[in-house]
Design a protein around this ligand. Structure first.
Ligand SMILES: NC(=O)c1ccc[n+]([C@@H]2O[C@H](COP(=O)([O-])OP(=O)(O)OC[C@H]3O[C@@H](n4cnc5c(N)ncnc54)[C@H](OP(=O)(O)O)[C@@H]3O)[C@@H](O)[C@H]2O)c1
Length: 365
């Protein structure tokens, strides 16, 4: 049986309390200081992942205990050392392939340097995240009865590892596409590179609010640590697929925009009977803040590589090839991984919720 490890890190102070219940009640400055110095540790043992044809894998989520802002602000070398320390723990436990969770896959060159220095091959898991995100966006559109072919879509974070591939996969299915990022030069160069080849009308902007106001379908995959999408900018009946971790969509959207469908795009249902057990308290389930049998797409990609015996640095850096996205999607299907049920703001998006969104969109129109 091939084994994997996956580097996790807390996305917020609330996450720290979920990882470590003992941290509850401690002040924010103390928690940040502890995070700064805490060595990596094996937090979760994953077992019971089993394909329909009987292949199995097991692995570990190893915590590199830094918050997103710390990953962005600290010297890059310090962050690399923390992530490599986590991978080394995984490798000592028997992992043969490693995945990079959230900002550990964003830092620096998107996993290239970490892979070069790692004792085992490394993937960011972004190929499956891209496939899942695009599928989630169009599933959301279908649920709201939207004909995507006559829509304007926007990709926020369009020059990123995830966003750039999403641009190319969304373009053939919509009428017009708006590409958004902060760095104007990089965005213009990327647009010039692909703009002519886009099978739909296209434009680019660094103004997130104006892009959001202009689009009915939005996929967001930025490396921002702040809210990026605010309720006042969203069109009536818009669909937002959110891949960013931490989230880009303001929580105010949940309260203030009952006519908008937000979905977390990167959640997968894991085959078999997966268990996520706390290493320090065996028998106790680790709270991933996801429904049972569900994992993030980047975690799932790492598990799939172990299941398929593809012990290689499958996804690294920016400029991900679409062939990789298509191939991992096929591997995921073969291994029994499926898009998880729709979910947003820590709750399921039920058929009743969809009906309520459709009714609110009709009422506001
Ligand atoms: N759900 C999952 O399973 C999963 C898996 C992997 C990664 N992720 C998450 O996906 C996100 C993107 O990852 P990535 O690897 O694609 O990152 P990346 O390669 O660093 O790309 C980030 C993109 O966001 C843009 N950006 C950053 N801040 C922005 C802002 N305030 N407004 C507009 N654009 C902004 C960047 O361009 P500029 O700098 O020019 O703005 C770039 O285009 C991260 O949050 C990561 O944690 C989720």
């Amino acid at each position: 049986m091939n084994k994997f490890c996956f580097v996790i890190h807390p996305l917020s102070l609330e996450d720290i309390a979920r990882y470590e219940p003992g941290a509850k009640g401690k002040g924010e400055p103390i928690l940040r200081k502890i995070m700064e110095w805490m060595p990596p540790y094996a937090a979760v043992h994953v077992s019971g992942v089993r394909t329909p044809d009987g292949r199995e894998t097991e692995g570990w989520f190893v915590a590199a205990t830094l918050l997103p802002e710390q990953i962005v602000e600290f010297p890059r070398e310090k962050v690399y050392q923390r992530v490599l320390g986590a991978i080394e723990i995984g490798a000592r436990l028997g992992a043969q392939v490693a995945g990079l969770g959230a900002f550990t896959g964003v830092v620096g060159d998107g996993g290239i340097t970490i892979n070069a220095r790692s004792p085992i091959p490394v993937t960011t898991g972004n190929s499956l995240t891209i496939a899942a995100g695009v599928a989630s966006l169009f599933r959301g559109a279908e649920e709201l009865g939207i004909d995507s072919r006559s829509c304007t879509a926007a990709v926020i974070g369009a020059t990123g590892s995830i966003g750039a591939a999403c641009v190319q996969l969304i373009a053939p299915k919509v009428e017009r596409l708006i590409l958004v990022a902060r760095n104007e030069t990089r965005l213009r160069k990327f647009y010039e590179q692909i703009g002519g080849a886009l099978p739909c009308a296209g434009e680019y902007t660094t103004d997130v609010a104006s892009a959001v106001r202009g689009a009915q379908l939005i996929l967001t995959a930025t490396s921002s640590t702040q809210d990026v999408i605010e309720p006042e900018d969203l069109q009536i009946g818009a669909v937002v697929c959110e891949l960013s971790l931490p989230h880009d969509v303001s929580r105010r959207v949940a309260a203030e925009r009952p006519d908008v469908l937000v979905v977390e795009g990167g959640n997968m249902r894991v085959p078999g009977n997966p268990r996520f057990e706390r290493v320090r308290e065996p028998g106790t389930e680790f709270d991933l803040n996801l429904p049972a049998r569900t994992a993030l797409a980047c975690m799932s990609e790492t598990m799939i590589l172990a299941l398929e015996g593809r012990l290689e640095p499958y996804t690294l850096g920016r400029g991900i090839k679409l062939e990789k996205v298509i191939e991992i999607e096929a591997m995921a299907a073969r291994c029994g991984f499926e898009l998880a049920d729709m979910r947003a703001f820590d709750a399921a998006v039920t058929p009743e919720k969809i009906a309520a969104i459709r009714a609110a969109a009709r009422a506001f129109a």
